[in-house]
Structures are given as C-alpha cells and as structure tokens.
Design a protein around this ligand. Structure first.
Ligand code: PHE
Length: 360
C-alpha cells in the first residue's frame, strides 16, 4: 500500500484543478468507478493476509471517502462559480423605459359600418349578408334588369372568366348589395327589416371611385309601408349618423329598375373655402338611391306583392365615411398606407353605440 499517498495526491490535485463537471466525472470514474484505480486496489484486499488487510482495508475506504467528498466540494464550488458568472452577466435594468408596441387601428370603413349597424339596429333592422361573387340572375335579372338593359353596362360589371365549354351560369362580382334583397326574401319572406353592408365591385377608378367599394342595402317589407316610412327612417338615420338634429334631406325623383317610384336622396351641405360642411348651407350632396320595391322584385324573391310592399335603399359606406370624417380621396382607403390608417383609424375600444355617441 505504499502507492496510496501518491494515488491520493494525484486524484485530489486533479479534482481541485478540474474546470468543469465533465472533468470531475472523468476523475470519479478513473478513481472510484467500477474499474477505477481505487476500486481495483480494493479488489486486491482478498489476496492479502489478514494482518495486512486490517490496515489496508480502512485506509482504502478512507481514501474513497476522501475522494468522494473532494468531488462533492469541487462540484459545489464549480456551481457557485457558474452562478456568480450568470449573476455578473445576466442583469436587467428595471429602470429603463418600457418598449412600446405599435397598435393597430380600426379602418374608417369598419367603424362606419358599425355605426350604421348600431343606428339601424336601434330601429329594428337586423344584418343580412350575401356572396360577393353572384350569379348574374341575382345581381341583375331578379332585380328587374334584363339582359339588354343599359344598367348592365353602366355598372361596369366584372364578369368571372369562363372557358368556352363551361356552361355554368355567368357569375359576376356583385355590382351592388341589392342581390341580398332577393336572397333574404327567398330565405325569410315578409315581413322583414334588414340592412346588408358589404363589398361591391365596379370597373371604375378616380378620386371618388375605386373598383371595390362598400354599400349598405336596406330592405323593409310589411303590409302598409310607404315612401313616408322610407323618408322617416332615412332622416332618423342621417340625424343620428351625422349627429345633427333635423338634418335636411332632399328626395329627387329618379329611376332604378328595381324600385317604383324611385328617389335619390341628397343631404344638406355647404362648401366654404373648399371645406365641406354637412347639415348647413344651400348645397346638396347625393348619398343614396332608394324607392318602393318593384313588384317584379318581390315576385323574384317569392314574396306576394298583393299582400306586402316596402322600401329599399342603397348607400355608399365609403362615401358617408368621407363626408363624416372629412376624408378627401377614396383611393387612399384601400392603399394600406400606415400613416393614413393611423391618422384616420379609430381606437379599438372606440366601439360605436348610440348612447355613448357615435364619433370620437
Ligand atoms: N343598387 C343601387 C345602386 O347601387 C342603389 C339602390 C338600392 C337603389 C335599393 C334603390 C334601392 O346604385
């Protein structure tokens, strides 16, 4: 057992110098692992005479214990050093200002759609929807616009592509929200009171026209509805929407194939130094088309024109948004320019309701 001190020194020095846990583990295996140096020495005990064994046994056990505790001590101090290192490098300046996150805003079209919905809901209207890709039957024929009718070309319709041998009915991007009238009548009949906001499409592009824009359709059917009801509903709407009591409207006789009689509706406005003001002055601004639903349209919707009658209207959502919020160019609505959206957009919590007021 002369070599014991040398063995002890070798391992204890090694353990003290070990730089990480992997090195410690290597040393542990080399010393007291199953085939380690100390373990092999312990196996020799069997071949010793009893007297020799009496001193060698405890000495080897003591060596093993010493190596074990040196391993544990070194492991602990390596851990402390690692923690010290982390504490020195990983730190957080809690006095720094927070990082702000960019917040999105609600598009004026969405905001105004919500406003319109809130006002009409208060008058008992529910919201109906229809597809943006329509058959030409729903978009035209059912609305009393036959194939040769000039309205079909006036509306600058987008037709969906068809292969020469494709005999499905022609589809169009709906040119107005009026086909929702037919769909709603077919599904729910009369009486009814609905609005149908949504996207519509016409091949047109200038300061006040974009190929995609938004309309809101209105349809009310009952036994005794008249133009007077239409006028009241629209005046209520404009007074609430523009927040001007007694705002003046002007009904001008007009023509739509799907209403008879028909009226275009203007609201009172003024232009002062190029600034548009709603609800004052002697000028008029056209905002919608309307009229009493044509009996042929009721028939296409499966509603008995002997029993029911009613009114319909169609209004440009983007247009009334421009008027209410003083936005000069329609094209900017759909440019997705963040500066524009931040300027004209609404806070997410600014949800329109009649009691809190409709505008900012
Ligand atoms: N659909 C018409 C348009 O797009 C508007 C309208 C709707 C007119 C309902 C009368 C009744 O111009």
């Amino acid at each position: 057992m002369d070599g014991l001190d040398a063995v002890k020194k070798k391992y204890l020095d090694g353990i003290l110098a070990a730089g990480d846990e992997a090195a410690l583990e290597d040393l542990r295996l080399a010393a007291i692992g199953k085939k380690g140096e100390v373990a092999l020495m312990m196996r020799e005990l069997g071949r010793m005479d009893p007297e020799e064994r009496k001193t060698a046994g405890p000495a080897l056990n003591a060596l093993k214990d010493e190596i074990n505790s040196a391993l544990a001590a070194r492991k602990a101090s390596l851990g402390d050093a690692a923690l010290e290192e982390r504490l020195a490098t990983e730190w957080l300046d809690v006095t720094l200002a927070g990082r702000t996150r960019r917040q999105g805003s609600i598009h004026p079209v969405s905001q105004v759609t919500e406003e319109v919905t809130a006002i009409f809901a208060d008058m008992g209207f529910t919201v109906a929807e229809g597809p943006q890709v329509e058959t030409d039957w729903f978009n035209f024929d059912a609305l009393n616009i036959p194939a040769e009718h000039p309205t079909r070309t006036e509306m600058d319709t987008f037709y969906m592509h068809r292969d020469a041998d494709d005999d499905r009915p022609p589809h169009v991007l709906r040119t107005h929200t009026s086909p929702v009238q037919i769909r709603h009548m077919q599904a729910h009949g009369a009486p009814c009171r609905i609005i149908a906001p949504g996207r519509v499409y016409r091949a047109d592009y200038d300061q006040t026209h974009t190929p995609m824009f938004h309309q809101v359709e209105g349809l009310a059917l009952d036994k005794a509805l008249s133009m007077a009801n239409l006028k009241w509903v629209l005046e209520e709407f404009f007074a609430a929407f523009f927040e001007i009591d007694g705002i003046k409207t002007r009904f001008r006789a007009s023509h739509f194939p799907f209403t008879e009689p028909s009226a275009e509706v203007d609201i009172q406005c003024s232009w002062v130094n190029g600034q548009l003001k709603i609800g004052e002055g002697d000028d008029w601004m056209e905002v919608l088309g309307s009229g009493m639903v044509h009996p042929k349209v009721l028939a296409a919707g499966g509603v008995d024109a002997e029993k029911y009658q009613g009114f319909a209207f169609g209004m440009g959502i983007d247009r009334i948004a421009m008027l209410k919020y003083g936005i000069p160019d329609l094209r900017a609505f759909f440019d997705s320019d963040l500066r524009w959206l931040r300027h004209y957009g609404f806070a997410a919590l600014d949800a329109p309701n009649l009691h809190a007021g409709l505008s900012r």
